[in-house]
Design a protein around this ligand. Sequence first.
Ligand code: F6P
Length: 372
Amino acid sequence: MRSTDRQRGDEMIKRIGVMTSGGDCAGLNAAIRAIVLHADTLGWEVIGIEDGTHGLLDRPVRARRLRVDEFDGSLLRRAGTILGAVSTGDPFAFKMPDGSVADVSQRILDGMAGLKIDALIGIGGDGSFRILDRLTRQGGIPFVGVPKTIDNDVPGTDASIGFHTAVEVAVEALDRLQPTAQSHHRVMVLEVMGRDAGHIAIHTAVAGGADVCLIPEIGYSLDGIASKLQAVKDTGRAFALVIVAEAVKTDTGEPVAHRKPDGGIRYGGIGQWLAERIEVATGADARVTVLGHVQRGAEPVAVDRVIASALGVHSVGLIAAGRTGRVAVWSRRTVSDLPIEDVVGQTRPVEHDDVLVRTALGLGIYLGDLRT
Ligand code: F6P
């Protein structure tokens, strides 16, 4: 059970904080706008904290009052986040300039205390929720999470903010690759993001008419891919479209990734690896497109604006109701919420019985060595 000393009802709330944390995506400004607009209807002030917890580490703290009229114009449709975001730096094991590692959580909490906020909304992914939950528990500050990530791997929510826009960008890329693939009789390989989940890849494959779609959740073989491409050729079609999610491993299980200076993993390169193998295995002329961060920087599509607005309003409502320590979620075309413990430390991979897996198989897309 969550500690009740963090629960504060509507009558005690005067000012809340909001931050965007982790990698950016489309729809963050729409969520911030919804929080500011709804808080205003309750007579609350909203303080926007810059660059996630980093803004609270600096002195003076980097944060500012967000006013309703700031959102009159283009912010609803604008990509990125007006608050800035960082995806590095665990406050409990923070890399200091001299290379040492320190716990800076109390300094962040002191920074937060100076803002005199009664509750915090963190728009983030699983990693951010884990850190912010621990931090706000330590400081006794009511916390609500709003899920965002193009990877769509937050449990309990059908879609996190930014996912639909990332898929739109990837489908648009496939729409542009198809004519040139057809003209030159080529195999076009499109590498998409998603970290360890294949949601972007499989949605793109279905919406964009791919022939092969490799996701981290399903094993595959080069023979399987070659057979599928041969079958396509046998129908008289001289081009093919292949999607590969960035975290897919080689056929022998080796990750294709780079080690970051902080020890983390940066994916990238499986598309090139795959295209070379396809050329050898089939004799086809293959080309690779790595979409990368263009999936994050696009203007939010309408459904992302809708979800961001609904989750933003709901998160403020949760604070008003004293129901904190929760994550607002979007499921079956409505908003609800889950205890943060049910979200933190979990991921949401593409399940083998997912409707999109069944749809892709039904369309004859090669998804790997999946027996259904
Ligand atoms: O988690 C979102 C995401 O875009 C992943 O799909 C990708 O692997 C990663 O972030 C890239 O992170 P960075 O922006 O730090 O390179």
